[in-house]
Design a binder for this molecule. Structure first.
Ligand SMILES: *[C@@H]1O[C@H](CO)[C@@H](O)[C@H](O)[C@H]1NC(C)=O
Ligand SMILES: *[C@@H]1O[C@H](CO)[C@@H](O)[C@H](O)[C@H]1NC(C)=O
Ligand SMILES: *[C@@H]1O[C@H](CO)[C@@H](O)[C@H](O)[C@H]1NC(C)=O
Ligand SMILES: *[C@@H]1O[C@H](CO)[C@@H](O)[C@H](O)[C@H]1NC(C)=O
Ligand SMILES: *[C@@H]1O[C@H](CO)[C@@H](O)[C@H](O)[C@H]1NC(C)=O
Ligand SMILES: *[C@@H]1O[C@H](CO)[C@@H](O)[C@H](O)[C@H]1NC(C)=O
Ligand SMILES: *[C@@H]1O[C@H](CO)[C@@H](O)[C@H](O)[C@H]1NC(C)=O
Ligand SMILES: *[C@@H]1O[C@H](CO)[C@@H](O)[C@H](O)[C@H]1NC(C)=O
Ligand SMILES: *[C@@H]1O[C@H](CO)[C@@H](O)[C@H](O)[C@H]1NC(C)=O
Length: 413
């Protein structure tokens, strides 16, 4: 939290420099820290930031809504959902945590896109954003997970049906294989989701795994349970084989796509912590996975603890093996915080599992949250959309002119 200044005068609550989604991921980590480590020191800043960025109960604040991805908004929705599930203290005068999660869900399903690939969420929200032609795993697995968690919390069939629909759709695309349990990163709408952007990321596996764990936990009947349990075991196997390399002894998590070459960007540094968090919940919700998950969390934590020795002030690096790798920052600390909280697994009891409205969760439901998005967002959006389109066209023209120019110049040489 020493990296967070949003609660200080002259700063914007909940907003981190040059990133919006990370604020949601950060508060999610703090909420879990509050619940499982029992330290409420940062609750005030968390409530303030989570409410300030709430928009019209949909996490689409007009300052940023014109350049957001579905995944960005979704992370704030998952943070709010986490707040509901652990009875995180409510804001005295703001939205309930459950209503915020419902608002994100309602807003996102409105963008479920059937114009290509028979469904799916696009990565970006608006057509002028680069990445709009992509359908990616985190946007889809994230909404799947949010729907599954809302279903379990509220026992409302609509959320359950959406979760199942998003999962089943994912399995028709290269994003999720329900035979090899490979989870790709992205696919393209321009060829009707034939492409498989197959970079391997911890959080993509974790996002599907976590949602499947919630589905399993709330499903009755052998057939349905088998569907989710098969998925959970399949995803766990590939997750362990892929991200716990034998060169680190097999129990230390590694972000294999960027870590060995030391090129992880600030977003990517957060992913391992998210997987740790989602493994923690999976072990609670699917008791048969507990004994397989615990050694992976413990091995990673031992490695991370040994490596969080930077600057003699417990700065953590990116790599969680043996010695500090020289990296430091908010993202590194966030990831390891998530990992250490997940290591409280042996100390939690059944009553510490995510709550539902029938097991003591008392966050107020608002099934139509976020649907009365007050006009300012929409107006701001349509104005900016037009402006940005024109701007983007100008930039394209300039770039084309420049590349033509440089070709001519090269030929001239
Ligand atoms: C901001 O929060 C920190 C705790 O993270 C606290 O120490 C500090 O006093 C707060 N500052 C303001 C201006 O509220
Ligand atoms: C939007 O920007 C204004 C001006 O910088 C700021 O006062 C406000 O807090 C911002 N709102 C959000 C939700 O970040
Ligand atoms: C499973 O059973 C519980 C308790 O009987 C019930 O509340 C819940 O709605 C059922 N879930 C499904 C998906 O049928
Ligand atoms: C996962 O791995 C376990 C242990 O290695 C094995 O017993 C099981 O058959 C595998 N399950 C799947 C679905 O691949
Ligand atoms: C990672 O840690 C293990 C156990 O401490 C050690 O045996 C191994 O050499 C380390 N590997 C690297 C690449 O640092
Ligand atoms: C669902 O999760 C609860 C809480 O962790 C656990 O006690 C229960 O056994 C789980 N249900 C199933 C069917 O695994
Ligand atoms: C640790 O020290 C480094 C170097 O002085 C500094 O940049 C960083 O903010 C410190 N971290 C914490 C958590 O205080
Ligand atoms: C929900 O329960 C918690 C205790 O678990 C309590 O502190 C809080 O006031 C309750 N909130 C509402 C809205 O009833
Ligand atoms: C269940 O959720 C749907 C979708 O948000 C909503 O339309 C419906 O009113 C909800 N039903 C109940 C009983 O809350």
């Amino acid at each position: 939290m020493s990296y967070y200044h949003g609660n200080e005068s002259g700063h914007i609550p909940g907003k981190l420099d040059d990133t919006w989604w990370e604020g949601g991921a950060m508060f999610m980590a703090i909420i879990l820290y509050y619940k499982y480590a029992g330290d409420s020191t940062y609750n005030k800043e968390t409530i303030q930031g989570m409410q300030h960025q709430a928009g019209d109960c949909d996490y689409l604040p007009s300052n940023y809504s014109s350049w957001l991805g579905n995944d960005d908004q979704m992370f704030w929705g998952l943070a709010a959902m986490t707040g509901a599930e652990v009875n995180f203290p409510n804001s005295a005068d703001g939205y309930s945590w459950l209503a915020l999660a419902q608002g994100v869900f309602n807003n996102q399903v409105g963008r479920w896109d059937t114009t290509s690939c028979n469904g799916g969420m696009r990565w970006q929200m608006w057509s002028y954003e680069s990445g709009y032609t992509m359908k990616n795993t985190i946007a889809n697995a994230g909404l799947f997970q949010l729907a599954a968690r809302l279903a379990r919390y509220t026992n409302n069939q609509t959320y359950y049906d959406w979760a199942e629909k998003i999962w089943d759709w994912s399995a028709t695309t290269p994003l999720l294989s329900n035979s090899t349990w490979n989870v790709a990163d992205s696919t393209e709408t321009t060829n009707d989701c034939a492409t498989q952007g197959d970079n391997q990321w911890t959080y993509n596996y974790g996002a599907y795994l976590m949602g499947a764990a919630y589905m399993y936990n709330q499903t009755n009947g052998t057939t349905a349970r088998t569907k989710w349990l098969t998925a959970i075991n399949g995803l766990l196997n590939v997750t362990f084989d892929t991200f716990f390399p034998t060169k680190y002894g097999g129990n230390v998590m590694s972000e294999i796509t960027c870590e060995p070459t030391e090129v992880c960007d600030r977003d990517e540094i957060i992913f391992k912590g998210l997987l740790a968090n989602w493994l923690f919940f999976t072990a609670m919700l699917v008791p048969s996975t507990y004994s397989r998950i615990l050694p992976k969390l413990q091995g990673s934590a031992e490695g991370a603890a040994a490596s969080c020795t930077g600057y003699s002030n417990s700065s953590c690096g990116v790599r969680w093996n043996s010695s500090w790798d020289g990296w430091s920052g908010l993202e590194e600390q966030m990831s390891v915080l998530n990992l250490f909280v997940a290591n409280l697994l042996p100390y939690v009891s059944a009553s510490d599992s995510p709550l539902t409205s029938s097991t003591g969760g008392n966050s107020t439901s608002d099934p139509s949250a976020g649907t009365s998005d007050s006009t300012d967002d929409e107006e701001t959006l349509s104005t900016i959309t037009t402006g940005d389109r024109v701007g983007a066209a100008f930039i394209t023209i300039i770039l084309v002119a420049m590349s033509v120019g440089s070709v001519v110049w090269m030929i001239a040489l």
